[in-house]
Design a protein around this ligand. Structure first.
Ligand SMILES: [Zn+2]
Length: 218
């Protein structure tokens, strides 16, 4: 049986009979407080948080693996060292979030807006992040091994020492990014834009044409 919110076709969120939108406004603050408490007390694995507003909240070191966070707002949230393995973050917004050393491997991040987020030393290995917005992220030493990121923008990002090995980066925008010592070995860079990128990558790609473009623009 498919359970929906009594007021709309959305699914109910955690410990509620309604979707987030239909939690009464004067109860939302308490609901968010309870969520934080429960996530740390019981753990947050496989929890429905679709379309919730968690902007600016502190989830440091929380485990929300396999949880549903589609279209959830995490702008400015404290997400460092969080474990979101296999979480669904499709079209979420985590602008300016602090996600240093987070483990977001095998996540769904298609269409997510991570602009200006701090992902230094985070692990996004194997995540789907097509058409995501990663402009101006701090991606130093971040692990992007095997990501599927067609059409994603890394414009102006700091990607020094980042690892993009075996990633699908076709059509990605790396304009103005710092790619010093970044590892692009085995990555698909067809149609990627490195205009104004800075720094010499450690390994670019087996494709000589793209290698030369990157070096000439860098
Ligand atoms: Zn509803």
């Amino acid at each position: 049986m498919l359970v929906t919110c009594p007021h709309c076709p959305r699914s109910p969120v955690y410990w509620s009979q309604t979707c987030y939108r239909h939690i009464p406004d004067d109860e939302k603050a308490k609901w968010r407080e309870d969520v934080i408490g429960d996530v740390y007390y019981f753990g947050g694995v496989n929890v429905p948080f679709t379309e919730c507003d968690f902007s600016g909240m502190d989830f440091k070191k929380a485990n929300l693996s396999r949880s549903r966070l589609e279209r959830t707002l995490l702008d400015g949230a404290k997400l460092s060292e969080t474990v979101f393995i296999e979480a669904d973050l499709t079209e979420c917004s985590a602008k300016g979030a602090d996600a240093r050393k987070a483990n977001w491997s095998e996540c769904k991040l298609d269409g997510a807006d991570l602009s200006g987020a701090n992902l230094e030393r985070a692990n996004l290995e194997g995540s789907d992040m097509k058409k995501a917005v990663c402009t101006r992220i701090d991606g130093r030493s971040t692990l992007f091994h095997g990501i599927v990121a067609q059409g994603t923008s890394f414009a102006g990002a700091n990607l020094a020492d980042a690892i993009f090995s075996q990633a699908d980066l076709s059509g990605c925008d790396f304009s103005g990014a710092n790619v010093a010592r970044a590892d692009f070995s085995g990555a698909n860079l067809a149609g990627a834009n490195f205009k104004g990128a800075q720094g010499i990558p450690l390994v670019i790609t087996d494709d000589e044409t793209i290698s030369r473009d990157v070096l000439e623009n860098g």
